[in-house]
Design a protein around this ligand. Structure first.
Ligand SMILES: [Cu+2]
Length: 220
């Protein structure tokens, strides 16, 4: 019965097109109090019913050390991601964190440490280096697979959201407030595109000054 088979095929095609068309996207914009775009903010959409399905494939990330800085300075990953910390400098680093979401220390090393660090709890992990006090990095460990980091203009896109309800939050290392206070509710089953904008008060940058450079005789 070719006609019946063709009808079934058409139905399947229609169903798959509908399923694909049903995903939504969030175009987020994060601004500071003066209205300038804020880079390195993490926008995360968490299903409101708390039913989070994590992808089963292994997840890997890299946080480099270049010119005695963490690169990138802010990294957003999904919970369960293994991260390696290659050292691209010709000095040794000793990377550590005291954050409750992940306490660890990589003994003084050069090159690529053998063991990656698995970030197995959601939260913010602040990175430091015991040798270079000014080195500060942040790992945002997301409980939800739907997240993105803002670009230099403060824009981030979260695409292919299944049609459900979400709470969308923002985090930034200098945000002067709680992540929970930024939460917005959206219903991705009713719309395909949502524009969200946040204006965040940011604390001034309070970075530790770098040690003298080697040209001036510093031993770092
Ligand atoms: Cu270091």
């Amino acid at each position: 019965m070719p006609a019946a088979r063709a009808a079934v095929a058409l139905l399947c095609l229609a169903a798959s097109v509908t399923a694909r068309a049903q995903t939504a996207e969030i175009a987020a914009r994060v601004l500071d109090a003066q209205g300038h775009g804020v880079a390195d903010a993490v926008v995360v959409a968490v299903p409101s019913d708390g039913d989070i399905r994590l992808p089963s494939r292994p997840r890997e990330g890299v946080i480099d050390q270049v010119n005695k800085e963490f690169t990138p300075q802010v990294t957003a990953i999904l919970v369960g991601t293994s991260v390696t910390f290659p050292n691209n400098d010709n000095v040794r680093h000793q990377v550590y964190s005291f954050s409750p979401a992940k306490r660890f220390e990589l003994p003084l090393y050069a090159g690529v440490p053998a063991q990656p660090i698995v970030f197995d709890k959601p939260g913010v992990v602040v990175l430091g280096c015991n040798i270079h006090d000014w080195m500060v990095g942040y790992v945002y460990v997301s409980e939800s697979p739907y997240f993105a980091k803002t670009d230099a203009e403060g824009r981030a896109l979260i695409a292919e959201l299944p049609p459900r309800e979400y709470l969308v939050r923002v985090w930034h290392p200098r945000f002067d407030g709680t992540e929970e206070a930024t939460a917005r509710h959206i219903d991705a089953s009713r719309t395909k595109h949502v524009d969200l904008e946040w204006k965040l008060p940011l604390k001034p940058e309070g970075r530790i000054r770098r040690a003298p450079t080697s040209e001036r005789g510093g031993r770092y």
